[in-house]
Design a protein around this ligand. Structure first.
Ligand code: UD1
Length: 364
């Protein structure tokens, strides 16, 4: 089977890494790697290929940034001839970014198989671009690989045939488990003069949190309060950096000496940083899962999550974007650190192997 594997944006890289490794070992699967170029800065892309030893992409579509329609449309235009000319039998997509839906749609219309890794997650919030990408990708997929039980339930309710759905666990955790030891050797704590357990980490990049100046201002004010108590390390996504500058919020952080704004970090430095944090505050999806396995309290700056297992079994709590609620939750954690969490079912580092086994047996 000639199988095109698609990645495009930062959170895709840790998912595609264990899959490429698993496919290399399966006779009968011929993997091809396509990078759409949705993310292109070294810190957002290249660095992850080096650290996670992802093979060089066979093809880079170099689409770059743009509006949703521009980005999605350009990926489709450039991906279509790749699928046709390579005579691929199937296309595998991961996650919920614009590259995911764009390539799935091209493949479905060319009549080749579509495999979706991280299927079935639902925030039930259609204002999130990712939710639209998830629903549409799942609707046209032939194999749906689910990371947590909520995914099975959601797909059943949407009428997806049970036979297409496979509960395989979480490929992002495959990468975390494989990288933990190596990440421990990162010198990021020394470089930033931090002591284990003595600092907080923030990440934020979603339109809902960073595209509205009043919301962004409120959150930065809350981080300003927290940095009085402990250092707050904030590696900034390019989108957030741009929005802060445009909203004239850059100056705000001048009076917050322990709020440390950094460029985006590589995977290993970031894993070490989160593994030893007192608390993580984030609007990311993947970080809710990683903190669950690391046992580090996570305050999610959103009103909903498509990853409910991180709430029921993990360390995650939804606090929304109201600074008062965030500070209350922060103080709650300071006073009563949460108890250890459970490891969700099948988050055991073997998800990619399970997926490779199922794909090897797939026939249209
Ligand atoms: C995308 C995903 C989001 C994911 C996030 C992780 C979609 C709809 N969203 O959001 O689900 O959580 O990636 O990062 O696919 N930029 C750079 N350099 C880069 C990439 C982006 O400077 O390498 C800047 C550009 O100004 C760009 C902006 O970031 O306009 C947004 O990038 P884009 O790919 O549109 O979406 P993300 O916000 O990164």
């Amino acid at each position: 089977m000639r199988l095109i594997n698609v990645c495009g944006a930062r959170p895709n890289f840790m998912k595609i890494a264990p899959l490429m490794r698993a496919f290399e070992g399966v006779p009968g699967i011929e993997p091809i790697l396509v990078h759409t170029g949705q993310h292109y800065d070294r810190q957002m892309s290249r660095l992850f290929f080096e650290e996670l030893r992802i093979p060089e992409p066979d093809i880079n579509l170099e689409v770059g940034s743009g509006s949703h329609a521009q980005q999605t449309g350009l990926i489709m235009q450039r991906f279509e001839p790749v699928v046709a000319e390579s005579k691929a039998d199937a296309v595998l997509v991961v996650g919920d970014v614009n590259s995911t839906i764009a390539c799935a749609l091209v493949a479905a219309k060319l009549g080749v198989g579509v495999f979706h890794v991280e299927a079935g997650l639902r925030s039930f919030d259609r204002t999130m671009p990712e939710e639209i990408n998830r629903v549409l990708t799942d609707a046209i997929s032939d194999l749906l690989f689910v990371s947590e039980p909520s995914g099975i339930e959601n797909l059943r309710k949407e009428g997806v045939a049970d036979g297409k759905v496979h509960f395989v666990g979480n490929v992002m955790i495959d990468t975390l488990e494989r990288s933990r030891e190596q990440a421990e050797r990162s010198a990021i704590l020394e470089d930033l003069s931090l002591s284990a357990g003595g600092y907080a980490v923030v990440t934020m990049h979603r339109p809902a949190s960073v595209d509205r100046p009043d919301v962004l201002r409120g959150l930065i004010e809350a981080f300003g309060e927290i940095q009085r108590d402990m250092p707050v390390i904030f590696p900034i996504h390019p989108r957030t950096r741009k929005q802060m500058a445009e909203a004239g919020l850059d100056g705000m952080t001048a009076g917050m000496p322990r709020l440390r704004l950094l460029d985006p970090l590589g995977y290993l430095d970031f894993l070490k940083l989160t593994a030893h944090a007192a608390v993580v505050m984030t609007d990311s999806g993947g970080i809710q899962e990683e903190t669950t396995i690391l046992g580090v309290p996570c305050l999610t700056l959103r009103e909903n999550t498509e990853r409910p297992v991180t709430l029921t079994q993990g360390t995650n709590r939804l606090v929304g974007m109201d600074p008062v609620r965030l500070l209350e939750a922060y103080r709650g954690i300071r006073n009563h650190p949460p108890k250890a969490c459970h490891r969700p079912d099948k988050w055991d580092g073997q998800a990619a192997q399970r997926i490779a086994g199922i794909i090897a047996d797939w026939r249209r």
